[in-house]
Design a protein around this ligand. Structure first.
Ligand SMILES: [Zn+2]
Length: 394
């Protein structure tokens, strides 16, 4: 049923007012009215509704500027919780997140080799346990998952979890009766960085998540880009080497075969075999024992081979990033995921390729850095997906 225009206007005004209070931290009714161009009566009425729902509080008086001090309003960040889940790692991570992106409660379940229905059951268990721990109203369930899906929550393909055409959103809604929002983990990470990160005040962001796989989330004009098949940002399977390694997608030479945990470990194995005198080898790491953790440790201990390996891979990632900057004119690039722990070795070649691989006038404004949100980036992004859809907050 289509809502009446009046209802739509009312909802638009409500969201605008709540967002104005949220983004200002503390603000008086008069200033809300001034910055939204809504009448004082409308602002007062809607604020009264939010106060009755517990979402908005009166938090004190503005500093006196000669006249009568005004009462300040703020959003009560603990009035609601969001149940957010990250399915992209080797363990399912969940959290109850407040309206300022603070994780109030956490729960992690090991995935081991579970996939298909068993992995789905694990998601149900995680939601159930988190709901049981919630001590205030839960706005909805947000999920960041690897793979391709459509905005209705249908996962068309998640290779690692062996899910095909799984109506995850519908199943969760039927079981728990809460609104469900699902997006690809990289898209969710971009939203997270945009909402809770330190990406600055720009309207656009390219978030590259490099870990088990590699993908991107793209925000342009303040909006997350999903694309026609919700696959926007699937840069991991762009071919970067004509006759490269075979990828798990079936093609050869995908970006993921060069910049991902497994790809770097495979490249390090080759270095050890070809140069048995490297520090990596001397530390007692046999090729079979290598993991991304070993490589990180070696990098922190200034192993020149590992740094060179990461730099070379990052250069190829940088070329892909340069294409995106050229196409979309994005000023902010942030790198997240486990490989972001390689820091400068990863960032500098990307920065250099972007600077030299696209129009100078565009690249001059582009900044490349590491996300400050760490391992929580997908959980926080799944929470912001709920917050944006249910309350219009970002
Ligand atoms: Zn591929």
């Amino acid at each position: 049923m289509k809502k009446s225009n009046q209802g739509e206007t009312r909802q638009h005004n409500s969201r605008l007012i709540l967002r104005t209070i949220y983004q200002n931290g503390e603000i008086s009714r008069v200033d809300v009215s001034r910055s939204t161009a809504l009448t004082r009566t409308t602002v007062s009425e809607i604020v009264a509704e939010f106060m009755a729902e517990g979402l908005v509080l009166e938090s004190g008086l503005s500093p006196s500027t000669g006249g009568k001090p005004a009462i300040l309003l703020r959003v009560d960040e603990n009035a609601r919780l969001m149940l957010a889940i990250d399915l992209a790692e080797s363990e399912f991570r969940g959290g109850l997140v407040n309206l300022r992106g603070e994780i109030r409660h956490r729960k992690t379940l090991p995935v081991a080799d579970l996939d298909g229905d068993a992995a789905l059951d694990l998601v149900f268990t995680l939601v159930q346990e988190l709901l049981a721990a919630a001590d205030r109203p839960v706005l909805g369930i947000g999920i960041g998952t690897p793979g391709l899906m459509d905005p209705s929550g249908m996962v068309s393909q998640a290779i690692n979890l062996n899910w095909q055409n799984l109506p995850l959103g519908e199943l969760l809604f039927q079981k728990f009766g809460l609104p469900v929002y699902i997006a690809n983990d990289c898209q969710v990470a971009a939203l997270s960085e945009f909402t809770f990160g330190d990406a600055g005040s720009g309207d656009s962001l390219l978030l590259i998540k490099a870990g088990r796989g590699i993908g991107a989330g793209i925000i342009v004009g303040g909006k997350l880009i999903y694309g026609d098949n919700a696959g926007a940002g699937e840069i991991g399977h762009i071919q970067v080497l004509q006759n490269g390694e075979t990828c798990r997608c079936g093609n050869r030479g995908c970006l993921e075969t060069i910049v991902s945990e497994n790809a770097l470990v495979a490249q390090a194995r080759r270095v050890i075999q070809e140069h048995p005198g490297t520090a990596l080898f001397q530390r007692g790491s046999r090729p079979d024992d290598l993991s991304i953790e070993t490589l990180l440790l070696a990098y922190q201990n200034k192993d020149p081979w590992v740094a060179a390996l990461v730099r070379e891979a990052a250069g190829i990632l940088g070329s892909v990033a340069a294409h995106l900057v050229g196409a979309l004119n994005i000023n902010q690039i942030k790198i997240a995921g486990s490989l972001s722990r390689f820091g400068d070795a990863l960032v500098e070649p990307v920065r250099e390729k972007v600077q030299n691989g696209t129009l100078k006038a565009l690249a001059r404004h582009t900044e490349v850095g590491i996300s400050s949100l760490g391992d929580d980036i997908v959980i926080l992004g799944a929470a912001s997906l709920i917050m944006k859809n249910e309350l219009g907050l970002s």
